[in-house]
Design a binder for this molecule. Structure first.
Ligand SMILES: Nc1ncnc2c1ncn2[C@@H]1O[C@H](COP(=O)(O)OP(=O)(O)OP(=O)(O)O)[C@@H](O)[C@H]1O
Ligand SMILES: [Mg+2]
Length: 275
């Protein structure tokens, strides 16, 4: 499928992060641009995969401004100015983040949490109510509406956290393992939410991590493998990008999962095993 790219939406240069004096990720460099396809609004879907402990969550926390990198720069498009190619350094709050633990407000019910997520939107109370109720219905959370986080199942908590970010995010959204622990129906809900988000605005960009390589290859148009690099025949002890698969270039993006996708899955798994 033909496409072109325009404005840079995400620019990560020479990023490294340490906890104390232990460097966890290093030499992270990548650029993601706005993908343009004629006749459709095409948001960006970017997946990060890699074995446990290689630094995916750490990278996400740095990208969303939750932790300060040791070195490097993270720039996102400054869409507030509406002029092209304006970039700004990411700050906490610029990018919506659903963390792996699906942290919710302990003292807010599902409904109250979603209402809070809409606090900055200029809408009437009734409009907000209608939006929240339609999400709750679509995502099977109607019955959980007035429950507190401690009264929710893991999947319910996760879906609430995802909706919360959909409601309050700007163009960027980072989801750390949004598919883990979901049943088949819930996985479809999250997939549909991805579609909805990316078909709403050109700049909308979803960045997610997953241990399900098939779900990375099926949904993403750009996939990064985070792993330990091999240096002089030895495995390093910090995470970095060990492989980038551009599904657009391979002509596999925005297509149904088929045999060619399975081949990519195999290659990614092989890379992961050696990193
Ligand atoms: N707050 C912290 N303090 C110290 N070390 C940490 C902290 N958080 C993570 N680490 C370490 O950093 C490394 C990367 O962790 P991270 O959570 O980023 O990995 P991950 O790729 O997200 O793993 P998983 O797939 O299991 O979620 C691990 O070795 C981990 O032990
Ligand atoms: Mg993680």
């Amino acid at each position: 499928m033909s496409y072109s790219t325009e404005n840079t939406l995400l620019y990560v240069n020479d990023l490294s992060v340490a906890y104390g004096d232990k460097t966890v990720i290093k030499d992270i460099n990548f650029v993601e641009k706005d993908v343009i396809r004629e006749g459709s609004i095409t948001g960006q879907v970017i997946a990060f995969v890699g074995r446990s402990g290689r630094g995916k969550s750490t990278l996400f926390k740095a990208m969303t401004g939750l932790i300060k990198p040791t070195t490097g720069k993270i720039l996102i498009a400054d869409t507030a100015t509406e002029s092209e190619n304006d970039a700004k350094e990411v700050r906490e709050g610029d990018i919506g983040f659903v963390d792996q633990k699906y942290t919710l407000f302990r003292n807010k019910t599902v409904y109250q949490a979603l209402l809070f997520a809409l606090r900055k939107k200029e809408m009437s109370k009734e409009e907000k109510h209608d939006i929240i109720m339609s999400y709750l219905a679509d995502w099977g959370l109607e019955k959980a509406k007035d429950q507190y986080p401690c009264e929710l199942s893991g999947g319910q908590r996760q879906r609430t956290a995802v909706i919360e970010q959909i409601l309050c995010s700007g163009h960027y959204m980072v989801l750390d393992e949004p598919f883990s622990g979901l049943d088949v129906g819930n996985i479809e809900d999250v997939k549909n939410a991805f579609n909805l988000i990316t078909s709403t605005h050109e700049f909308n960009t979803i960045i997610y991590s997953t241990h399900d390589i098939e779900l990375a290859v099926e949904l993403a148009d750009s996939i990064y493998v985070i792993g330990y690099p091999t240096i002089d025949g030895k495995l390093g002890d910090y995470g970095t990008i060990v492989k980038h698969v551009d599904m657009k270039e391979l002509d596999l993006a925005w297509k149904d999962f088929g045999l060619d996708h399975i081949e990519v899955v195999k290659q990614i798994k092989a890379t992961m095993l050696n990193s």
